[in-house]
Design a protein around this ligand. Sequence first.
Ligand SMILES: Nc1ncnc2c1ncn2[C@@H]1O[C@H](COP(=O)(O)OP(=O)(O)OP(=O)(O)O)[C@@H](O)[C@H]1O
Ligand SMILES: [Mg+2]
Length: 238
Amino acid sequence: MTPPPLLLDARGVVRRFAADAGDSTVLGGIDLEIAEGDYVALTGPSGSGKTTLLSCLSGLDHPSSGTIRLAGEDLSLLDDRRLAHLRRTTVGFVFQRTDLLDELLVLDNILLPAHGRRGRVPADVRAHTMRLMERLDIAHLAGRRPHELSGGQRQRVGICRALVNRPRILFADEPTGALHSESVHEVLSVFDELNAAGTTLVVVTHDPAVARRARTRCHLVDGRLAPSPELTTAAAAD
Ligand SMILES: Nc1ncnc2c1ncn2[C@@H]1O[C@H](COP(=O)(O)OP(=O)(O)OP(=O)(O)O)[C@@H](O)[C@H]1O
Ligand SMILES: [Mg+2]
């Protein structure tokens, strides 16, 4: 059987940050292949580089060296306009700290990535978004301001916003960290359904229950991929 095509291919990804005390190397040369349709859990201790890696893989940040091919495109060769287009059409990103705009209502925050050329949101996108909001139990919050929401509600708004454009690959950075168990269950079943329909998922998590749902596990230690610990205990946590 032919293996599924690669959606993401990272080679030798290094990320350094300049600091007063000298450069620090946060990612020390990551090689990672993600096939279309995979469900990847990324675990590792706090500070091991998970968020930094996700930012590089999704084109939000640029590695100091190495190459990342996403959906057939070498990200380093794209100018800002083409990178923004690729990100808008292909990538969804759930941020670890949900960055909602307080001057916009919750619904407008969610629909922000969906605005077309003339500033209109297509009717089918609006309908799909409303279904997703019902599903994640945030439909009743559509007319509220983000600062009026709880941490868990904000997190679910962030998940909804990442999904409005039906991304081919969803990067989610601790998407269930602020949720109580019922909401975790709902978010995980939304992820399962997306994956069953072909969406590729890359989920950073400290929660072994979340990591267990994935098909592929990656574990980062000090900016390098390391063997994944067993998930029978709290091994995926710090
Ligand atoms: N913009 C930056 N400038 C300097 N150092 C940074 C920057 N971003 C991240 N780092 C450093 O890189 C390291 C890894 O950070 P990162 O946020 O990727 O870790 P993480 O694995 O996501 O941790 P957590 O589980 O706590 O979210 C940390 O030591 C952090 O201080
Ligand atoms: Mg992080």
